[in-house]
Ligand binder design. Structure first.
Ligand SMILES: Cc1cc2nc3c(=O)[nH]c(=O)nc-3n(C[C@H](O)[C@H](O)[C@H](O)COP(=O)(O)OP(=O)(O)OC[C@H]3O[C@@H](n4cnc5c(N)ncnc54)[C@H](O)[C@@H]3O)c2cc1C
Length: 474
């Protein structure tokens, strides 16, 4: 597919319909993937509209002029969906000026927000009314609600609250033709046919620009217990989660797996971060439980921990005694990806496998890699959802580039092993441009056919984020 460049001639199409400050040349912020893994076209244009009507006007003109539009949020996406390197200069469309939180309704537990709102700003605004939006992740100071929806972000509390798909009641979006979809519903029940909201969530900007959303919010918990527990054996993690659910029910909000390699990398690269673990052991779990009502959560949680120590599954641990210690535990957990990044992985994989095979999957693949290569493995993640970040690092004294020839074999092996379990090659980061070939090679052909048909129907000229997620023949 060939596109026209987003140049001065394109800007002139708007005449006096848009103030000139809506367009500027793209600077490095919009062109360089945060880890330096991709670079956008240097002459790209950035559009920064102030309203949905302006987004619609811009997209309508782009569609008419055959200019490729790249939706851009906070630029934190990990699969290159927000960076287009190929073709003539694109039009990068940023909603960063659309950051109004228009309605917070604690009584019906709904917030209406524009898509350019930064996730941590939404947290702060809701906090003033003792409410929370439960999506929380390491990039929350930069990522935007539009990007979170477009990637169907999950994070650490999916166990209790679900991912963006579960948290979103309604969406407003500008479709690739420039039409506005007014779907800002606050309804929990609405069975009126195809749900465009769910097409747009997780579409990674290939079906339109999300401009606003209505999201579910929750009362701020009044009690919280957080702990990092050393576990005897990886295989015990699932039993510990099961016991936590039996004894603490749906109050369990997070259940994270932590590996010693991740701890060591935080220690090595981020010496200022306090590591709140009792002792070094191969595997640890971070567990958090919350209560929305007054009561004795501490006693119930301590009883659970004591019973697990008695059973031998937990060998030691740190239970947060204050809000400060809880913050330290989460800061440490959220810093693990940065420690990994600074170390420099040979290959990283964001995968999910069925819960009951998590341990056998990690053990058998690790055995294979240690037998074949001189590597270190840090496997961690939201294990309560079966979501693992399976990162493979060079052996001591070596660097990632030493493994250039085997990198593809390593990833192929991981993905094949994942698919053999009935798992997913992308648990939470999406497909973007980096994982498109794997999706094309491994997805159900009927699914791929329907995706292509949907893309063609909504975006007949293929202008919306071309090259991301799926290639559709013209
Ligand atoms: C340190 C770190 C930790 C992370 N932890 C987690 C985690 O625990 N769980 C998890 O699920 N994810 C995690 N992520 C990934 C995270 O979900 C995404 O980076 C984030 O949701 C993307 O938001 P963004 O605004 O930065 O979007 P961008 O990176 O700007 O864009 C991402 C994709 O969304 C599209 N897009 C952006 N805005 C819009 C819009 N308004 N309309 C339509 N399409 C749009 C882009 O075209 C692109 O395809 C993490 C990322 C980092 C860097």
């Amino acid at each position: 597919m060939t596109f026209a460049p987003a140049n001065q001639e394109f800007v002139e199409r708007f005449g006096d319909q848009l103030p000139p400050d809506r367009f500027s040349r793209a600077d490095a912020r919009f062109l360089i993937e945060q880890r330096g893994l991709a670079t956008g076209q240097p002459d790209s244009l950035v559009a920064r509209p102030r309203s949905t009507a302006e987004v619609a006007l811009i997209v309508r003109q782009a569609n008419a002029a055959n200019v490729a539009v790249i939706p851009y949020g906070g630029g934190t996406g990990l699969v290159g969906g927000q960076i287009r390197s190929a073709g003539p200069p694109s039009l990068i469309l940023s909603c960063e000026r659309m950051k109004k939180i228009s309605k917070i309704k604690p009584e019906t537990r709904v917030v209406t927000t524009q898509s350019g709102v930064v996730l941590s700003d939404l947290h702060a605004a809701l906090g003033q009314q003792d409410m929370i939006f439960p999506l929380s992740l390491g990039a929350q100071g930069e990522c935007q609600i539009g990007g979170n929806l477009a990637t169907n972000a999950g994070g650490a509390q999916v166990l209790k609250y679900g991912n963006m798909r579960d948290l979103c009641l309604g969406i407003e979006a500008v479709l690739p033709t420039g039409e506005v979809f007014n779907g800002l519903s606050e309804l929990r029940k609405d069975n009126t046919g195809y749900d465009l909201r769910h097409l747009l969530i997780g579409a990674e900007g290939t079906l339109g620009i999300i401009t606003a959303a209505t999201l579910r919010i929750f009362p701020k918990p009044v009690q919280q217990c957080t702990a990092i527990l050393n576990i005897r054996d990886l295989g015990d993690a699932l039993s510990i989660l099961e016991q936590a659910r039996i004894k603490l029910d749906d109050r369990v909000t997070a259940f994270e797996l932590i590996n010693l390699t991740g701890v060591d990398l935080v220690g090595k690269h981020l010496p200022d971060v306090r590591i709140p673990i009792a002792e070094k052991s191969e595997w640890m779990v971070l567990i958090e439980v919350v209560s929305l009502i007054e009561g004795d959560l501490d006693s119930a949680f301590n009883a659970f921990v004591e019973a697990e120590i008695e059973s031998g599954r937990i060998t030691n641990g740190t239970v947060a005694q204050s809000a400060k210690q809880r913050d330290e535990i989460w800061t440490f957990r959220e810093t693990i990806p940065l420690g990994n990044r600074r170390e420099g992985a040979i290959a990283s994989h964001d995968i999910s496998v069925p819960l009951d095979v998590v341990a056998s999957f990690i053990e058998s693949t690790s055995r294979h890699f240690h037998r074949q290569y001189d590597v270190r493995i840090n496997c961690f993640g939201h294990v309560g959802d079966g979501n693992l970040h399976y990162n493979i690092f060079p052996g001591a004294g070596r660097v990632a580039s030493d493994y250039r020839n085997v990198k593809a074999h390593i990833s192929d092996y991981v993905y094949k092993a994942v698919l053999d379990t009935g798992g997913s090659i992308s648990a939470e980061h999406g497909i973007g441009r980096f994982k498109k070939a794997q999706l094309a090679a491994t997805a159900d052909p009927t699914k791929l056919g329907v995706m292509a048909a949907v893309k063609k129907a909504l975006d007949p000229n293929g202008i919306m984020n071309p090259g991301a997620l799926i290639d559709v023949p013209s």
